[in-house]
Design a protein around this ligand. Sequence first.
Ligand code: ADP
Ligand code: MG
Length: 396
Amino acid sequence: MNIHEYQAKDLLKSYGAPVAAGAIVLDADDAATAAQGLPGPLYVVKAQIHAGGRGKGHFKEAEAGEKGGVRLAKTVDDAAAQVKAMLGHTLVTKQTGDEGKVVGRVYIEDGADIDRELYLSLLVDRGTGKVAFIASTEGGMDIEEVAASTPEKILTLPIDPAGMTAEDAIKLVEALKLEGAAREDGLKLMPILYTAFVEKDMSMLEINPLIVMTDGHLRVLDAKVGFDPNASFRHPDIEQLRDESEEDPLERRASEFDLSYIKLDGNIGCMVNGAGLAMATMDIVKHYGAEPANFLDVGGGATKEKVTEAFKIITSDPGVEGILVNIFGGIMKCDVIAEGVIAAVKETGLKVPLVVRLEGTNVDAGKKIINESGLDVIAADDLDDAAKKIVAAVSK
Ligand code: ADP
Ligand code: MG
């Protein structure tokens, strides 16, 4: 789960990180009042979407103006005008895809006098099994590009789970070539970020750029934070920051029913139980020349209602040209799956070929339900057979 830049900054500020004064605007009529509350004389107006690259992005609509999603304003009136120009319009950046994202919130922030732009992030490094800092003097730009062309300018520093040490913080401020006040700020900031990351179960925290200002101090100028969804039950405060308009509507519906669903771009909808089997199913669909339209794990103890909902989510994806149900009944019983599929098909109708492969607990009862339903279902004996059949059915 991701949150907006302004929310991430509020959160980091509560831990003591240096961020600018700012105000969030959801309604253009409030923009002037919001800007008036800031110190001035320089304002930066920033579109809030769950994607980076806003500064270099562009709006689809002409009335939003030529500039991108991060704009400088020198007066309160200009700041308000920029908010108005952006709100409700579609911002396209390198990370949004061609369709872009509609801007529903705009952040007005105190403008900073920038001396240097740095890169700093934290992530879960699966290689070492530790939280790691990534630091580089080359901030404000594409870090992937820096990694490709000048990897020596990036420090990766895994932190021992026992806790961050003073030496760790020193390594980081030295990698960022911080001196004087900025170095002092950096030595304070590093453990703050580490604590926030661990306490809030973040999966990613990216500050690009972290800046050294002309007055010699550090400031967090951009902040992108993602959280581990498996830990969300521990953080009701973070759940509240969720902006559902930023989420894929199908994924949102799936999460309401506690289904692990990830939308993909292919043509074969997959309904599977168990994450490993779901991935194997996607692999074999690809192997036979088609592309999975989604990852879906209905879980071990799914009810008929959950299966019905899962099926409806799959069929409401316009990219789906065929559906493969692959269930290995263990705790999950094949007859429950069969009933769920039948109920869903009766409710929504079946407009695409459906291949069902059932195996395991109550398989005979499951097959009987499907066979006697009168539905046009293609039965399959095993996973290989099922994948071949659904790929053949959609290529007709
Ligand atoms: P994005 O990464 O989505 O483009 P950023 O928040 O990183 O958005 O902003 C892009 C650039 O705009 C920054 O690298 C910085 O140069 C400038 N910028 C952003 N916020 C401010 C600010 N408050 N004051 C001055 N410059 C800013
Ligand atoms: Mg940025």
